[in-house]
Write a protein that binds this ligand. Structure first.
Ligand SMILES: Cc1cc2nc3c(=O)[nH]c(=O)nc-3n(C[C@H](O)[C@H](O)[C@H](O)COP(=O)(O)OP(=O)(O)OC[C@H]3O[C@@H](n4cnc5c(N)ncnc54)[C@H](O)[C@@H]3O)c2cc1C
Length: 225
């Protein structure tokens, strides 16, 4: 989906309203979904005993929710399952923006911030289906290739779903925005694009030549622009 197709969806709350450079903000659900579908890591913020904590996590989107999974014993997952307030940030870096002045250096990015309380997915079938979503995020089709979690592994894993009702996206695109008096400054200016690409698969020990290599191009093809 083009980044310019955002509709004028209103902010879902005052907390989620982009105030700083609001023209870069959008609350369009399709844009938010596309940014989430392009990423793999969410930074999950919560409060523990009055301290602000941020923990990076693998996440997956399912419909209008973000799924997190982790050890049933983990502090973060226990707190999330209790319905504590969370804040999640997902960021994609698209380029380094080099301006003529140090002040106007920047980055091109797409980011999402979500405020929510999670609900725990306890039904074993729903939990197993949610875990499939995680494996599919790595390489589409992988859930049917790998051994699925057994009952003991399911018990050891907590899965929570976080609604996207209170979410914002912020997107920067384009080149540097230099001041007019700097345009003749004699240094290079422009954008250095950055992308995340899969390398050559490195087989684990014991993988014979007849075992099919996952097609990581499927993952690339499944990623939105
Ligand atoms: C990769 C990257 C690098 C950045 N580097 C810098 C930097 O070095 N310095 C700097 O000042 N800013 C930087 N920003 C922008 C930064 O994320 C904030 O938007 C900005 O600092 C304003 O913060 P604020 O709390 O004053 O925003 P406000 O506009 O007051 O925030 C209000 C609400 O807007 C939403 N919001 C704010 N920022 C974002 C966002 N990025 N994505 C989605 N929703 C958002 C949230 O819902 C937030 O609660 C960067 C952003 C990205 C993605």
């Amino acid at each position: 989906m083009s980044k310019s197709t955002a509709t004028a969806a209103p902010p879902p709350s005052e907390l989620a309203r982009v105030r700083r450079v609001p023209r870069r903000g959008t609350y369009d659900r399709e844009v938010i979904h596309a940014i989430l579908d392009d990423g793999l890591v969410a930074h999950v913020g919560f409060s523990d005993g009055g301290r602000a904590i941020v923990i990076p996590m693998f996440y997956a989107r399912a419909g209008d929710e973000v799924l997190l999974h982790g050890s049933s014993a983990s502090r973060l997952m226990t707190l999330a399952a209790s319905g504590a307030p969370l804040c999640i940030a997902v960021t994609a870096i698209d380029g380094l923006v080099l301006a003529r002045s140090a002040f106007h250096h920047s980055m091109n990015y797409r980011s999402v911030v979500v405020f929510a309380a999670a609900r725990e997915i306890v039904d074993p079938a729903a939990k197993a289906a949610a875990l499939d979503v995680f494996v599919e995020r790595l390489v589409p089709g992988r859930a049917d290739e790998a051994r699925r979690a057994n009952a003991q592994e399911l018990r050891a894993t907590r899965v929570v779903a976080i609604p996207l009702a209170e979410a914002s996206a912020k997107i920067r695109t384009g080149g540097p925005i230099d001041d007019a008096e700097d345009l003749a400054w004699p240094c290079w200016a422009g954008v250095i694009p950055l992308t995340l690409v899969a390398g050559t698969p490195a087989p684990d020990a014991g993988i014979g030549p007849d075992v099919r290599i996952p097609d990581t191009r499927r993952r690339a093809a499944a990623r939105p622009g």
